[in-house]
Design a protein around this ligand. Structure first.
Ligand code: GRF
Length: 203
Protein backbone atom coordinates (compact mmCIF):
# COMPACT_ATOMS: atom_id res chain seq x y z
CA UNK A 1 0.00 0.00 0.00
CA UNK A 2 1.39 3.35 -1.02
CA UNK A 3 0.91 6.06 1.58
CA UNK A 4 1.25 9.82 1.12
CA UNK A 5 1.36 11.93 4.28
CA UNK A 6 0.48 15.64 4.50
CA UNK A 7 1.97 17.59 7.39
CA UNK A 8 2.47 21.12 8.70
CA UNK A 9 4.50 20.51 11.84
CA UNK A 10 6.48 18.19 14.03
CA UNK A 11 5.27 14.99 12.39
CA UNK A 12 5.18 12.62 15.35
CA UNK A 13 2.25 10.82 13.73
CA UNK A 14 4.23 10.61 10.51
CA UNK A 15 7.08 9.06 12.51
CA UNK A 16 4.76 6.48 14.05
CA UNK A 17 3.56 5.56 10.55
CA UNK A 18 7.10 5.34 9.13
CA UNK A 19 8.13 3.11 12.05
CA UNK A 20 5.07 0.88 11.59
CA UNK A 21 5.87 0.46 7.87
CA UNK A 22 9.46 -0.42 8.70
CA UNK A 23 8.41 -3.05 11.23
CA UNK A 24 5.84 -4.59 8.85
CA UNK A 25 2.90 -3.69 11.09
CA UNK A 26 1.64 -1.64 8.15
CA UNK A 27 1.98 -3.54 4.87
CA UNK A 28 3.03 -0.50 2.93
CA UNK A 29 5.44 2.35 2.58
CA UNK A 30 5.31 6.12 2.77
CA UNK A 31 6.06 7.18 -0.81
CA UNK A 32 5.88 10.92 -0.31
CA UNK A 33 5.47 13.63 2.30
CA UNK A 34 4.05 17.04 1.47
CA UNK A 35 4.24 20.02 3.82
CA UNK A 36 2.83 23.51 3.44
CA UNK A 37 5.54 24.76 5.84
CA UNK A 38 9.23 24.71 4.91
CA UNK A 39 10.29 24.47 8.57
CA UNK A 40 8.07 21.51 9.50
CA UNK A 41 10.24 19.07 11.47
CA UNK A 42 8.35 16.21 9.86
CA UNK A 43 10.24 16.96 6.63
CA UNK A 44 13.48 16.05 8.39
CA UNK A 45 11.91 12.85 9.71
CA UNK A 46 10.92 11.94 6.14
CA UNK A 47 14.34 12.76 4.72
CA UNK A 48 15.99 10.65 7.42
CA UNK A 49 13.87 7.74 6.21
CA UNK A 50 14.75 8.45 2.55
CA UNK A 51 11.21 9.46 1.70
CA UNK A 52 10.71 12.08 -1.04
CA UNK A 53 9.38 15.39 0.26
CA UNK A 54 7.78 18.44 -1.30
CA UNK A 55 7.13 21.81 0.33
CA UNK A 56 4.31 23.84 -1.13
CA UNK A 57 3.89 27.25 0.48
CA UNK A 58 0.20 28.08 0.43
CA UNK A 59 1.01 31.80 0.64
CA UNK A 60 2.42 31.65 -2.86
CA UNK A 61 -0.94 30.74 -4.37
CA UNK A 62 -3.68 33.19 -5.32
CA UNK A 63 -6.48 31.04 -3.93
CA UNK A 64 -7.21 27.96 -1.88
CA UNK A 65 -8.36 26.29 -5.11
CA UNK A 66 -5.05 26.98 -6.85
CA UNK A 67 -3.10 25.61 -3.87
CA UNK A 68 -5.22 22.47 -3.66
CA UNK A 69 -4.91 21.91 -7.41
CA UNK A 70 -1.13 22.07 -7.19
CA UNK A 71 -1.16 19.69 -4.20
CA UNK A 72 -3.42 17.30 -6.05
CA UNK A 73 -1.00 17.08 -8.98
CA UNK A 74 1.95 16.36 -6.72
CA UNK A 75 0.05 13.73 -4.74
CA UNK A 76 -1.37 12.06 -7.86
CA UNK A 77 2.15 11.68 -9.24
CA UNK A 78 2.98 9.53 -6.18
CA UNK A 79 -0.03 7.29 -7.04
CA UNK A 80 -1.08 6.70 -3.42
CA UNK A 81 -3.58 4.16 -2.16
CA UNK A 82 -4.16 6.33 0.88
CA UNK A 83 -3.57 9.99 1.68
CA UNK A 84 -3.00 10.63 5.37
CA UNK A 85 -3.51 14.02 7.00
CA UNK A 86 -1.18 14.15 9.99
CA UNK A 87 -1.28 17.59 11.52
CA UNK A 88 -1.92 19.25 8.17
CA UNK A 89 -3.28 22.64 9.18
CA UNK A 90 -5.10 23.71 6.04
CA UNK A 91 -8.79 23.50 5.23
CA UNK A 92 -9.25 21.51 2.02
CA UNK A 93 -11.52 22.48 -0.88
CA UNK A 94 -14.51 20.26 -1.72
CA UNK A 95 -12.94 19.46 -5.12
CA UNK A 96 -9.76 18.15 -3.47
CA UNK A 97 -11.72 16.11 -0.94
CA UNK A 98 -13.93 14.66 -3.68
CA UNK A 99 -10.92 13.73 -5.79
CA UNK A 100 -9.46 11.62 -2.97
CA UNK A 101 -12.73 10.51 -1.40
CA UNK A 102 -12.44 7.09 0.21
CA UNK A 103 -8.68 7.25 0.45
CA UNK A 104 -8.29 10.43 2.48
CA UNK A 105 -8.06 10.03 6.26
CA UNK A 106 -7.42 12.40 9.15
CA UNK A 107 -6.69 12.21 12.85
CA UNK A 108 -8.34 14.66 15.18
CA UNK A 109 -7.64 15.17 18.89
CA UNK A 110 -11.17 14.78 20.22
CA UNK A 111 -13.93 12.24 20.47
CA UNK A 112 -15.73 13.29 17.30
CA UNK A 113 -18.39 14.50 16.71
CA UNK A 114 -17.45 16.48 19.83
CA UNK A 115 -15.04 19.39 19.49
CA UNK A 116 -14.43 19.80 15.79
CA UNK A 117 -11.82 22.44 14.96
CA UNK A 118 -9.02 23.81 17.09
CA UNK A 119 -8.14 23.96 20.84
CA UNK A 120 -9.93 20.73 21.62
CA UNK A 121 -8.09 20.00 24.89
CA UNK A 122 -8.82 23.45 26.28
CA UNK A 123 -12.49 23.09 25.41
CA UNK A 124 -12.73 19.64 27.01
CA UNK A 125 -11.29 21.06 30.24
CA UNK A 126 -13.53 24.14 30.16
CA UNK A 127 -16.61 21.95 29.78
CA UNK A 128 -15.48 19.61 32.54
CA UNK A 129 -15.78 16.45 30.44
CA UNK A 130 -14.71 13.24 32.11
CA UNK A 131 -13.61 11.58 28.86
CA UNK A 132 -11.40 12.74 26.02
CA UNK A 133 -9.44 11.13 23.22
CA UNK A 134 -8.78 11.11 19.51
CA UNK A 135 -10.50 9.94 16.34
CA UNK A 136 -9.38 8.70 12.93
CA UNK A 137 -11.94 9.40 10.23
CA UNK A 138 -12.46 9.39 6.50
CA UNK A 139 -12.48 12.97 5.25
CA UNK A 140 -15.54 14.49 3.66
CA UNK A 141 -16.39 18.08 2.72
CA UNK A 142 -17.35 19.03 6.30
CA UNK A 143 -14.38 19.96 8.53
CA UNK A 144 -13.70 17.04 10.93
CA UNK A 145 -17.09 15.69 9.85
CA UNK A 146 -16.37 12.43 7.97
CA UNK A 147 -17.28 8.97 9.17
CA UNK A 148 -15.26 7.87 12.21
CA UNK A 149 -13.16 4.70 11.83
CA UNK A 150 -11.56 4.39 15.27
CA UNK A 151 -11.34 6.27 18.53
CA UNK A 152 -9.14 6.00 21.59
CA UNK A 153 -10.49 7.23 24.90
CA UNK A 154 -8.87 8.41 28.12
CA UNK A 155 -10.36 9.49 31.44
CA UNK A 156 -9.60 13.12 32.23
CA UNK A 157 -7.94 13.29 35.66
CA UNK A 158 -9.13 15.69 38.35
CA UNK A 159 -7.45 19.08 37.83
CA UNK A 160 -5.51 17.75 34.87
CA UNK A 161 -3.36 20.34 33.10
CA UNK A 162 -3.88 20.98 29.39
CA UNK A 163 -0.29 19.96 28.59
CA UNK A 164 -0.80 16.62 30.24
CA UNK A 165 -3.98 15.98 28.24
CA UNK A 166 -2.24 17.00 25.01
CA UNK A 167 0.60 14.56 25.68
CA UNK A 168 -1.61 11.66 26.69
CA UNK A 169 -3.89 12.08 23.66
CA UNK A 170 -0.88 12.43 21.36
CA UNK A 171 0.45 9.06 22.56
CA UNK A 172 -2.83 7.44 21.68
CA UNK A 173 -2.76 9.02 18.23
CA UNK A 174 0.49 7.14 17.62
CA UNK A 175 -1.37 3.91 18.36
CA UNK A 176 -4.65 4.34 16.48
CA UNK A 177 -3.29 5.92 13.29
CA UNK A 178 -0.97 2.96 12.58
CA UNK A 179 -3.78 0.60 13.62
CA UNK A 180 -6.16 2.03 11.02
CA UNK A 181 -3.41 1.87 8.38
CA UNK A 182 -2.72 -1.73 9.41
CA UNK A 183 -6.40 -2.55 8.73
CA UNK A 184 -6.31 -0.74 5.38
CA UNK A 185 -3.05 -2.30 4.28
CA UNK A 186 -4.20 -5.84 5.08
CA UNK A 187 -7.51 -5.29 3.24
CA UNK A 188 -9.67 -5.40 6.36
CA UNK A 189 -10.97 -1.82 6.07
CA UNK A 190 -12.72 -0.23 3.12
CA UNK A 191 -14.97 2.72 2.36
CA UNK A 192 -18.41 2.00 0.99
CA UNK A 193 -21.03 4.68 0.32
CA UNK A 194 -19.45 7.11 2.72
CA UNK A 195 -19.02 4.61 5.55
CA UNK A 196 -16.11 2.56 6.87
CA UNK A 197 -16.47 -1.22 6.61
CA UNK A 198 -14.21 -3.34 8.84
CA UNK A 199 -14.10 -7.11 8.37
CA UNK A 200 -17.39 -6.94 6.44
CA UNK A 201 -19.19 -4.92 9.12
CA UNK A 202 -20.25 -1.33 8.54
CA UNK A 203 -18.94 0.76 11.45
C1 GRF B 1 -2.10 16.02 16.28
O1 GRF B 1 -2.51 16.41 17.55
C2 GRF B 1 -3.27 15.75 15.41
O2 GRF B 1 -4.36 15.21 16.09
C3 GRF B 1 -3.62 17.10 14.88
O3 GRF B 1 -2.36 17.71 14.68
C4 GRF B 1 -1.40 17.15 15.56
C5 GRF B 1 -0.23 16.66 14.76
O4 GRF B 1 0.85 16.27 15.54
N1 GRF B 1 -4.46 16.99 13.71
P1 GRF B 1 2.18 15.71 14.86
O5 GRF B 1 2.67 16.73 13.87
O6 GRF B 1 1.85 14.41 14.20
O7 GRF B 1 3.13 15.54 16.00
Amino acid sequence: MKIVVLISGSGTNLQAIIDACQSGYIAGQVVGVLSNKADAYGLIRAQQANIPTVTLNHNQFASRQAFDCAMQKIIDAWQPDVVVLAGFMRILTPAFVQHFEGKLINIHPSLLPLYKGLHTHQRVLATGDKLHGCSVHFVNAELDGGAVIAQAVIAVAANEAEQSLIQRVHKLEHVIYPLVLNWLSYGRLSYQQGLPVLDGQTL
